[in-house]
Design a protein around this ligand. Sequence first.
Ligand SMILES: Cc1ncc(COP(=O)(O)O)c(C=O)c1O
Length: 483
Amino acid sequence: MESTASELRKMGEIVLEKLENYLSESQSGKPKVLIQRSPEEISDTLELENYIRKGCLNIDNVGNLLDKYLDNTQHLHHPQFIGHQAASPHVASSISDFIHGVVNNPMAIYEMGPAAATMEKVVINWMLEKVGWFKGDRLSDIDPAKVGGGGILTHGGSMANLTAMLAARAKIDPDAWTDGTSKDLVVMGPEVSHYSISRAISIMGMGSNAMIPVKVNDQEVLDPDNLYPVFQKLKSEGKRIMAVIANACATSTGLYDPIAEVGEFCKENGLWYHVDGAHGAVALLTPKEKHLLKGVELADSLTWDAHKMMQTSALCAAVLVKDHKNLDQTFRQKGSYIFFEKEQIGYDAISNAIECTKSGLGTKLFWALAAEGEEGFKNFIENQYQVTKEFYKMFNEHPYFECSNAPESNILCFRYTKFGNDNGFQLAIRNELIKKGNFYTTTAVVNGVRYLRLSVMNKLTKPVHIQTLMEEVEQIALTLSGK
Ligand SMILES: Cc1ncc(COP(=O)(O)O)c(C=O)c1O
């Protein structure tokens, strides 16, 4: 086929009709949520090699190829998708992906996508406003001196965490960019920090041992009383603390660290404070849940993913800083093809980003937000957090289910105890659950105990689905126990 405008329309019509059916079928909850086949089987069924060798994709076979592709997807719109923290995307956001796929405006340089760059700036300002780091008059203010805070959208929370760690390093050790990272730099954070933090530290050449764990309580929440002893010990060893991390919320449990207390500690000791709010910073969008992030304005940087709880497809994450100068000084680069004197209209995000070519990420969030408005987002988050509390009650009222903790967000860990407390047994239950394909859940170890883990990402997930899940888990457990 030729890559022409009329082919786009013809192919687009076929694809859209199939996607419409896919979406409504998924949302009906009738198909399996996941049928997992091997890559070899998928490759053969989709005839991937044949397409590559012959280049034979056309209007006549695109529908067939797409049908087979969709048969082998994880159904994130399905009410029984309660697994990883990936959004069931808003259709408005999906459409923005399609538009980006056509216009392809990688907007890290303003000239390469003025509208996309502007959308990113405006949604960043909106996020800064929610944190309390926006001093402008209108969200379209772009002058950093006027805005106060700064930020950038990145391809994922891991990249946002890496950017925040680089900003923290630039602050404490400005020469590290040219001379390499000093050996005496360390980062303190809950021992259950997301792995992307220690990965960032390793990428930065500090070695993962530079991530100094601060003990958490039996629900894996950081206990601020444990900060001082670790801090004093590190000082006595001559270490410099590059950053202190808190979770908002923790990946396994969905529980929030005491954000304000950690903030006060950092303020007293002049330390860079990074809040990893990849999942849970959305609590800022609702007066009902905002208290979970009380004190966030004390932070220096915040990671906040839109592709988790703000209904965009993967990826769209933000790293925000209280003082824009800290991000402006993070990266230093040369490249006459990009960095040269020019009459600058707008601003080039590239100076604040790891990526060179960067997708129009702001469009994903803008379109979802434009469709739902702030009120729609607020209602969505409140609903997800509230139903998770209802699900917790259901597990708790059952004699053989127990949860690791009462939920604070839309993440919940549970296990089935009738046949004992063996961690391996919970994993075996999960394996069977996945094989059956009616539900998709993940699993996590909390305080040494293995649980099945729910992230309630989809507003269609209701108590009736959890009731059916509990029945299926019981049935699986009975069969596995051989009783
Ligand atoms: C607390 C936390 N930080 C960071 C990340 C990484 O984000 P991403 O998957 O967007 O790279 C996650 C992902 O689950 C997370 O829960």
